[in-house]
Design a protein around this ligand. Sequence first.
Ligand code: FAD
Ligand code: MG
Length: 345
Amino acid sequence: MVFSIHKITHIFSRYLLIHSILFSLAACNSPESSHTELVFGGVVCTITLFEQGKDSVYRDIFSRLREIENLMSVNIPSSDVSRINAAAGVEPVQVHDDVLKVIERALYYAQLSGGAFDLSIGPLVSLWGIDSDNERVPSQTEIDKVLPLINWRNIELEPQTKSIYLKNKGMSLDLGAITKGYAADEAAVIIKKANIDRAIIDLSGNILILGEKKDKSLWKVGVQDPGGNRGSYMGILQTTEITVVTSGVYERFFEEDGTRYHHIFSPSGGFPVNNGLLSVTIIAHNSMNADALSTAIFVLGYEKGISLIESLPETEAIFIFEDYSVRKTTGVNFTITDNSYRLID
Ligand code: FAD
Ligand code: MG
């Protein structure tokens, strides 16, 4: 999937809007500085370091984000993930520790979600081409052809040799649903090593907040209004140090004959998930877990999703539905600010 220039500009402006919401809500104490760069194929990534935010720390963070992109992008032919995909059905591929960690965790969530989250979703992502220059509704025959390739059980991870093998030709991994979370956690490692106490990592949809506000009040994070303009929020989450990750139908999509086709797929049916949900927000402590969960829970839907969330420690969720009703788990401090939405107990 390759962005055209106009698409980069479009995505850049919409993500900046999201950032500005978080920023105006969260940054009651003015930050020392804040840096924004496009990483992950054009995603706006903004890091805000409060106090002692040196240029060298920003440089280290962005070079780490790029290192992760260079290892995990399916659009970079030399990346480990591209090499794994090219060797599908042929041979195992030795990978970097970062890639091994992310694939290991992705496999864990594939199993935990009963395959709702499936890192072998690559053939479906390519077929639909959502948000690329080739986006289109494929025929049922085309979908039926790729569905047998989507099966996380056909991924072999060999820890001893640090290698990954896709058992069947035509299989391909896509780690887009988990890698930004890992990248946010890795940015946090650099920030903590630099002895910076307070920071906001915002990787468009993946937000990680470190430390306490100076006045000890809670951070405020706006939750994107899935039915509104980019950057508009429908409610405010008040929280301490936490990660907030959202998956939604508004993130990447196209419309044809009045139907919206978005980027989160049912691995069993081959179509964008259509279960009445507009978005799922996960609130947790580890951003990689929250990223995988936001996608997994979106695919599982409300009933199965909420029972999975309730089985996990220190993990909360907000569900927004097509009829603008909202449900949340009990541990979330969340207030609806847009009265087109209504909270259901
Ligand atoms: P999430 O809900 O976290 O993830 C949705 C994404 O996961 C989908 O876009 C799809 O890729 C995948 N997915 C869909 N259904 C499932 C499922 N059932 N189980 C598991 N995964 C699923 N975008 C570009 O347009 N061009 C690029 O060059 C590009 N490079 C990237 C490189 C990296 C390393 C990463 C992490 C992302 C890149 N992206 C690129 C963006 C990527 O394609 C996804 O769109 C993005 O990561 C979605 O994140 P999200 O938080 O919006 O949604
Ligand atoms: Mg995700």
